[in-house]
Design a protein around this ligand. Structure first.
Ligand code: ADP
Length: 484
């Protein structure tokens, strides 16, 4: 069934470049399919080098004027964009579920979450403070200001088709930068709809462009360009490394939000019902396809059996199906490659002795649906202990002491999110300090909010999105030495 939108003009099949909606110069397109039904939703332009160069030139031209506006003026446009996003929340959620697969309730939630970044950075635009420093010279003042870095490029993933864009575009615009977004090939329609609403909000031509098409071609031009001064990327560690190498010759500022391998630790003193609720939200949200999803559940001996029983009951209550249908809590995986990865990791774990507590196979619904799964008796020899499963599979590991849990939790190259449940206040501080992660959820399975700094350490990347730190990524420090 074609998408029924209240405002059909939000379904864009052209790209936004320099304030105009354009097809590819050679007329080529790429198909966008619904992962739940396989149905063709739309075709979007297959942009290449020429269009990317046009967008960069437009962003360069627009930068001087945009940066010279007052913070108030930029904030007013961002506030308007926020209002339009919320006004069109339902249509945007419909587009998202159709191209991404997540249940409608989650899509509505993501639009509100995406919009909250626009609101937050509209407010932060007014707070890009500089400083004065006591001078070592009697006849010179030292003044430090913050300047927008210039033209930015954003490459974004399919798992949060709206929020991963607004958490980059909103701080860039607030700081006075211009930005070109290359959304994931699977989910371009959400990105284009955001562009349409930004236009309506009054974002000037060239300040925010959206280019759809092959990642390598567009990414290659964006990263090679001397005019592009900053790259912000969310995606896999593997691609993050490639992009960092591509940016080296032009020395760009970079923010990389990469893969994770989140531990979710349940100690003997945890509130078990709360821990199960947190594990469900952290593990199975978006069918396990988030970079902060619990990838390993570590459960202490004393509560292992009780936790497993409660977790199993909660997982059996999940409902798999088309995210557009009422009551569905688990949508399809994004594509066949995602299913293949999940199958491989489950087969490897089972071959090495994991017990399938529930699920463990593709859903009878076919397509890219996979049964919500719990694996008991997981060990560090299994691939799933090291690799991000990015699907609805919870491997449960057993441990006996706090030290063991910390060692297991930190035994990974990644360092994005970690979670733990405990009530003993000494333990809470000890474990919170010992976890080598950028973010730690303590008695909470949900940590993301526009007001807090999101990001990782180790191979999970660099830079922070959201919070006061989020806008710092889009400014450079300038020092004025003022003789008088
Ligand atoms: P995921 O499959 O989890 O989205 P990827 O890292 O493969 O993770 O992709 C994230 C984003 O990076 C997507 O927009 C994708 O199109 C883009 N991408 C993938 N490979 C490259 C590349 N070589 N150059 C530029 N962008 C890329």
């Amino acid at each position: 069934m074609p998408l029924q939108l209240r405002d059909p003009s939000l379904l864009k099949t052209e790209c936004l470049i320099d304030g105009r909606w354009l097809a590819a110069g050679d007329g080529t397109t790429i198909a966008v399919n619904n992962p739940a039904t396989g149905e063709l939703l739309a075709a979007v332009p297959k942009m290449g080098e020429a269009e990317t160069q046009t967008a960069i030139a437009a962003a360069e031209r627009a930068f001087a004027e945009w940066k010279s506006r007052t913070a108030d003026q930029r904030a007013a446009i961002l506030h308007k964009w926020f209002e339009l996003l919320m006004q069109h929340q339902e249509d945007l959620a419909q587009i998202m579920t159709a191209e991404q697969g997540k249940p409608l309730a989650e899509s509505r939630g993501e639009i509100a979450y995406a919009a909250s970044y626009v609101q937050w950075f509209a407010e932060e635009a007014r707070r890009v403070y500089g400083s004065t420093v006591p001078s070592p010279w009697g006849d010179k003042k030292i003044v430090v200001t913050k300047e927008p870095v210039g033209v930015c490029a954003a490459i974004t993933p399919w798992n949060f088709p709206a929020a991963m864009i607004t958490r980059k575009v909103a701080p860039a615009l607030a700081a006075g930068c211009t930005i070109i977004v290359k959304p994931a090939q699977q989910t371009p329609l959400s990105a284009l709809a955001l562009g349409e609403l930004a236009q309506r909000a009054g974002v000037p031509a060239g300040v925010f462009s959206v280019l759809t098409g092959p990642a390598r071609a567009i990414g290659g031009v964006l990263t090679a360009s001397m005019a592009v001064r900053k790259l912000t990327f969310t995606g896999s560690t593997e691609v993050g490394r490639v992009l960092a190498a591509q940016c080296a010759p032009t020395l760009k500022k970079m923010s990389l939000e990469l893969g994770g391998n989140a531990p979710f630790i349940v100690f003997d003193d945890a509130d078990l019902d709360a821990a199960v609720e947190g594990a469900m939200a952290s593990k199975y949200r978006n069918t396990g396809q988030t970079c902060v999803c619990a990838n390993r559940l570590l459960v202490q001996d004393g509560v292992y059996e009780a936790f497993m029983a409660k977790l199993k009951a909660a997982v059996l209550a999940l409902k798999v199906g088309n995210g557009a249908d009422a009551g569905i809590t688990q949508g399809p995986l994004i594509d066949e490659a995602a299913v293949a990865k999940v199958k491989e990791l489950v087969a490897d774990a089972v071959a090495q002795g994991a017990e399938v507590v529930t699920g463990g196979k593709p859903s009878a619904l076919g397509g890219t649906f996979y049964e919500p799964t719990i694996l008991g008796g997981a060990t560090d020899r299994m691939r799933i202990a090291r690799e991000e499963v990015f699907g609805p599979v919870a491997p449960v590991f057993r441990f006996s002491t706090e030290e063991e849990a910390i060692r297991m939790a930190n035994d990974t190259e990644y360092g994005l999110a970690a979670y733990f449940y405990a009530r003993d206040v000494g333990r809470v501080w000890r474990v919170g300090a010992a976890l080598e992660y950028g973010m730690v959820g303590i008695n909470s399975g949900i940590i993301s909010t526009a007001v807090a700094p999101f990001g990782g350490v180790k191979q999970s990347g660099m830079g922070r999105e959201g919070g006061a730190a989020g806008i710092e990524e889009y400014v450079s420090t300038k020092y004025l030495c003022m003789g008088y």
